[in-house]
Design a binder for this molecule. Structure first.
Ligand SMILES: Nc1ncnc2c1ncn2[C@@H]1O[C@H](COP(=O)(O)OP(=O)(O)OP(=O)(O)O)[C@@H](O)[C@H]1O
Length: 637
């Protein structure tokens, strides 16, 4: 990027100013110059007046007393027009030419420093030069008045102002400044201006970066006055950067004060501060330059943004695995019970309170949990389902809570996030909560109360925000009485509850579900069989059935039927009755307990050769229920 032109102001009296103008054409095009023909103080005043309409110069150029005044009284960098012995020699040569024409004598009227320079080479000169030293302007004026009275003629050599005064007294004069001296000062001025423009450019770039940051940034000086503040930070105070510049940060917002950091020189990182409705995560650090504390820096981010990023990250990892697909609207059933359950679920959805879903196996508890999640504000966050009965205690613990690296032999490098952590900002569905061991119930309660999860082997808890939906087929109150379920956890979970009726109690839904599943499974088949006809025949076979395995059993039986019928290519009542022997058992002769009985379990296991999936399907129960039954059977032995 090409840099802008350096801006220079030359401050000089008439003669030197005229000399300056004469050399400026050499710099035309790459310098912005203004020449101020006036004393330093007046020039400075003039520059302040011009600053409202034009940009201030980067550098001032001046000579002798003017230069000294500007250095002492302004913040501008000053390049001094310095007089060398050679410049002095040139000036005397020039004066000699004038003197020769009218037989005058040369008078060098200068301050002590210049006189010393002259004395160092005076011996080399063949011409006479009278030298007079002066201390201040008044003295110079009176000396000139005195020389004017004299008989002899003089040509005066001196600074620009001395030359002016001499001419006012009728004495011809030569200034000691050469074009070279002026050019050297201008070149030095350009170099100084470049430092300024480079710094300005860097500051500009830095400002752009700070401005574009979504993080709030505030830098203060040692008095805690705001020196830099970006828009993100100014927005927090409903103000603009310009208005806040220079104000004391503690006055603007005491909660964000940097006074302590300025005093202690120590950073304060990751502090959470609530300013109005906004929760901020703040970092405060001292600013040290060349070993000295110059000020302090505050940066902050909205906690919600970090949480959002965190959620996106966690969600990306778990999106495929942990998402809900059933909406409440997808739940089939026109019975008053199902309608009532759907209404309650819709009511519960927006709340963050825990929900306890009660119902026999296969009644759609997970379906409702998914539906509630998808109707809640957490819908775009994970839905994680865990079956508490499906894991042995130690495995369930590490699955739910995760572990740190080295927590136990064989633990994964880098540790592992538990399912509760992965459900952050979303919903965790704890199926068969009644089967959760007591030790884990205690840990779960902590998650609900503290919103923190402690990985196995970890010392620091992790913040989690999860909604819990728990489900069970068991009578939890009985378990509380038997002290196998913590009462406090029960009350914590049972804030909102949903009771799903068994399928046998909502006959109206059965026909609807039959049609639904027939159509669903037929969709996958290449052979066309009339779904209405098939539903009708199936209904006639199942009309008196008790449905101990509820909707899951119905779903399995229809899948079996559709596979069979499509293979056969037609609907055959007798053949269908053969492949659905369980439907032949009369309602009166079967109770869920009967199906649940150990004999039928043993029979089923025998028939399937111990294949658990097939056994569960044969019994019309979920694998979880089967697992539980096997556990009960083993305990009973
Ligand atoms: N009303 C319904 N409409 C459509 N499908 C349903 C309905 N109820 C249950 N299902 C289906 O039945 C099966 C069992 O449902 P789900 O897993 O939700 O039951 P559950 O009560 O959680 O069972 P378990 O306690 O054994 O885990 C699922 O495939 C689900 O899609």
């Amino acid at each position: 990027m090409p840099s802008r032109k350096p801006r220079i102001a030359i401050i000089a009296y008439r003669r030197l100013a005229a000399l300056a103008r004469s050399v400026l054409s050499d710099y035309s095009g790459y310098l912005d110059v203004q020449v101020l023909d006036m004393p330093a103080e007046a020039a400075f005043h003039e520059l302040s007046l011009r600053s409202s309409t034009s940009l201030p110069p980067d550098v001032l150029i001046a000579a002798s007393a003017n230069a000294r005044w500007l250095k002492a009284n302004t913040n501008y960098p000053v390049s001094i027009i310095k007089v060398t012995g050679f410049d002095l020699l040139l000036a005397i040569q020039q004066a000699q030419q004038l003197a020769l024409t009218n037989g005058a004598t040369i008078l060098l009227l200068a301050k002590h420093a210049l006189v010393s320079v002259f004395e160092s080479f005076r011996g080399l000169l063949s011409i006479p030069v009278e030298v007079v030293e002066f201390q201040d302007n008044a003295e110079a004026l009176s000396i000139l008045a005195d020389y004017r009275q004299r008989q002899k003629k003089y040509v005066v050599v001196g600074s620009s102002i001395v030359a002016d005064w001499a001419e006012q007294q009728g004495l011809p004069a030569v200034i000691i400044y050469s074009i070279d001296a002026l050019k050297r000062a201008i070149d030095e001025g350009i170099a100084l201006a470049k430092v300024t423009t480079d710094q300005e450019e860097k500051r500009g770039q830095l400002n752009q970066i700070v401005k574009g940051l979504s993080e709030g940034v505030i830098a203060v000086d040692a008095h805690e006055c705001i020196q830099t503040i970006n828009d993100a930070a100014a927005n927090l105070f409903n103000s603009s950067s310009d208005r806040l510049f220079g104000r004391k940060l503690s006055d603007v917002q005491p909660l964000l004060s940097l006074a302590e950091v300025l005093q202690s020189g120590e950073s304060q990182l990751d502090l959470v501060v609530s300013v109005g409705q906004r929760r901020l995560i703040t970092h405060r650090t001292p600013m040290i330059e060349h070993g000295q504390q110059r000020g302090a820096l505050l940066t902050f981010q909205e906690a919600s943004r970090i949480e959002q990023a965190d959620r996106t990250l966690r969600h990306q990892v778990s999106r495929k695995q942990f998402s809900a697909k059933y909406q409440l609207e997808d739940i089939v059933g026109g019975s008053p019970q199902i309608q009532h359950s759907k209404e309650l679920a819709t009511l519960y959805a927006p709340s963050d309170a825990s929900v306890l879903i009660l119902g026999e196996s296969g009644t759609g508890k997970e379906l409702f949990a998914q539906g509630i999640h998808l109707k809640s504000q957490r819908k775009s966050s994970p839905f994680v389902a865990v079956n508490c009965a499906a894991f042995p205690e130690t495995l369930l613990e590490s699955e739910l809570f995760g572990y740190e690296e080295g927590a136990f032999t064989g633990s994964r490098k880098g540790g592992k996030a538990g399912l509760i952590e992965l459900a952050h900002k979303g919903t965790i569905f704890l199926d068969e909560i009644g089967d959760m061991p007591l030790a884990l119930q205690t840990r779960l309660l902590r998650v609900l109360q503290e919103k923190e999860v402690l990985r196995l082997g970890a010392s620091e808890p992790i913040y989690v925000d999860v909604r819990v939906i728990a489900a069970t087929h068991a009578n939890l109150l009985e378990k509380v009485k038997a002290q196998t379920f913590r009462a406090d956890l029960f009350y914590r979970l049972n804030i909102l509850s949903l009771h799903l009726s068994p399928l046998r109690m909502r006959a109206g839904d059965i026909r609807q579900l039959i049609s639904h599943f027939v159509v669903q499974f037929m969709r996958r088949s290449a052979v066309y069989i009339d779904p209405n006809e098939l539903s009708k025949v199936f209904w006639s076979l199942a009309e008196h059935y008790h449905w101990p395995g509820n909707v899951r059993e119905l779903e399995n039986l229809i899948e079996r039927t559709v596979v069979y019928v499509t293979a056969l290519g037609k609907i055959d009542y007798a053949a269908m009755a053969d492949i659905l022997p369980e439907l032949r058992i009369e309602k009166s002769t079967i109770t869920p307990e009967k199906v649940d009985s150990t004999t039928s379990l043993e029979d089923a296991l025998q028939q399937t050769g111990g294949d658990l999936q097939a056994t569960a399907a044969l019994l019309g129960i979920s694998r979880t229920t089967l697992w539980r039954k096997l556990k009960l059977r083993d305990v009973g032995r």
